[in-house]
Design a protein around this ligand. Structure first.
Ligand code: SAH
Ligand code: SF4
Length: 380
């Protein structure tokens, strides 16, 4: 970003995904003052203004300069659907033609936005439709924070000053956030930044399947809440379900997650352990006992996710009784355990159902093949 003015023939730089530090650097390189960053951030993320012309506390000269070299461009909404239960789902087109989805799940006095970090995913977990579609590309920081911006904008909430539209964010949509490290960290920075969305660090959660070196690094630069996708009580089974386990086995993942929590300033934090229950695969009472044993000294709460079926998968969802049995073993062992409820059923917003409706109906099979996984989640 050396001398942006001189690069006016270049594509315009998108300010939407820039952190405060990056935006300050941008204005300094432009020969202006650092504090412009604060003004522009408030316009973008607190007032929802993306037209420089409307930024009335910025002089005409600078506005014109900005218009020549920069832009504030959220990703494009392809469709928006509302569920009877209040869940709202957006299909979002990102540059290059890929589609991702974001889902907002209101629940009582909170509303959790589930955000995607990549188009597809390279990790190929056996029960995940995103994994089946392969990896296309990382989302930019603008495309990640743009999902938050679009969600608030779609309720016209920037104007009404209603900050409660998005109270929590979970990085549990499509993709493995730790494999898109810098962009995800920048976007989460903006979620927490007072000049932007000002969410508390407890209300932003990153979920990872266990990219251990990246998780070790995250501990040095992030304070968000952590969820780990465990899904199995031993390495033999986890190797099958979550192939990255062959590289970074359970003990390594738990070590890294514990260190992440220990590095945080507040001592009361715990890791959320996600466990997708698949009938006949990882849902027996014995496996619940083994899980309780594995996690006995680990600071966590457990979130059970009954498997959501999708084409191309032979796995089945366990019965309600099987889920209860598994839950009971863990509760009896003293754990805090929640079961993730399916939300937005009628608009295909539950895990494994996303992106379907935006594609031509005649391409139903293809659509399922490419189904994008985003989590409609009840969290922390
Ligand atoms: N890549 C990250 C975040 C996205 S997936 C991760 O793996 O943690 C978010 C959660 O949904 C993960 O725990 C994932 O294992 C789970 N999940 C994926 N496919 C699912 C399905 N078909 N049914 C239920 N949960 C699923
Ligand atoms: Fe990727 Fe997460 Fe799906 Fe595994 S569960 S394939 S890491 S998105």
């Amino acid at each position: 970003m050396n001398n942006p003015v001189a690069q006016s023939s270049e594509p315009r730089v998108n300010l939407l995904g820039m952190t405060r530090a990056q935006l300050e650097q941008f204005f300094v390189e432009l020969g202006d003052k650092k504090f412009r960053a604060q003004q522009v951030m408030k316009w973008i993320h607190q007032m929802g203004v993306i037209d420089f012309e409307q930024m009335t506390n910025i002089g005409k000269n600078l506005r014109e300069k900005l218009q020549a070299i920069a832009e504030i461009r959220p990703p494009e909404i392809v469709s928006q659907k509302d569920s009877e239960d209040g869940t709202r789902k957006w299909a979002i087109r990102v540059e290059g033609g890929g589609l991702v989805e974001a889902v907002l799940i209101p629940e009582g006095d909170r509303a959790t936005l589930c955000v995607s970090s990549q188009v597809g995913c390279s990790l190929d977990c056996s029960f995940c439709s995103t994994g089946k579609q392969g990896f296309q590309r990382d989302l930019t920081a603008a495309e990640i924070i743009g999902q938050v911006w679009l969600a608030i904008d779609s309720y016209n909430a920037f104007n009404s000053g209603n900050k409660r539209v998005v109270t929590n964010v979970v990085m549990m949509g499509m993709g493995e956030p730790l494999l898109n490290f810098d962009n995800v960290v920048s976007a989460m920075d903006l979620m927490l930044e007072d000049l932007a969305y000002g969410l508390s660090k407890r209300r932003v959660t990153l979920s990872t399947s266990g990219v251990v070196p990246a998780l070790d690094k995250l501990a040095t630069c992030s304070e968000v809440s952590l969820a780990i996708s465990l899904h199995a009580p031993n390495d033999a089974l986890r190797n099958e379900l979550v192939p990255i386990n062959r590289k970074y086995p359970i003990a390594e993942l738990l070590r890294s997650a514990r260190e992440y929590i220990d590095a945080q300033s507040d001592s009361k934090r715990v890791v959320t352990v996600e466990y997708t229950l698949i009938a006949g695969v990882n849902d027996s009472k014995e496996q619940a006992r083994e899980l309780a044993q594995l996690l006995r000294d680990f600071p966590c709460k457990i979130n059970l996710i009954p498997f959501n079926t999708f084409a191309q998968s032979d796995y089945r969802r366990p019965s309600g009784n099987a889920v209860s049995r598994f839950w009971q073993v863990l509760v009896d062992a003293g754990f805090t355990v929640t079961v993730r409820t399916t939300r937005g059923d009628d608009i295909d917003a539950a895990c494994g159902q996303l992106v379907g409706q935006v594609v031509d109906k005649t391409r139903r099979a293809e659509r399922h093949r490419q189904a994008v996984e985003t989590q409609a989640v009840r969290m922390v």
